[in-house]
Write a protein of this length. Structure first.
Length: 97
């Protein structure tokens, strides 16, 4: 899947079944469903899962919790705008998976 195919899938009513939980979390976030995105991300105990978890807490405005998750992800606290960070995460995950 390319990044463009992933972005195009956001117009669908449901996420493509072949997406892993991390990409599904980003998909739900892009659809405005923070809760579903968070539920998926918090159950993935990898660095990528922590990265999405950090992003979601930053988006939520929970700036006291987000740094913990960035640290678990091995990343510095992001200073980019949320859209740019979503793009960065999506590109990284589509490239890997």
């Amino acid at each position: 899947m390319t990044i463009q195919e992933f972005k195009d899938s956001i117009t669908l009513q449901d996420p493509p079944t072949h997406l892993n939980d991390l990409l599904k979390a980003l998909w739900h976030d892009a659809k405005g469903d923070w809760e579903s995105a968070h539920n998926l991300a918090q159950d993935v105990t990898t660095k990528d899962g922590s990265w999405i978890h950090a992003y979601l807490h930053r988006k939520e405005g929970d700036l006291s919790n987000a740094p913990y998750w960035y640290h678990k992800a091995g990343k510095s606290v992001c200073k980019k705008n949320l859209h740019e960070e979503w793009e960065e995460i999506a590109q990284a995950l589509v490239t890997i998976h």
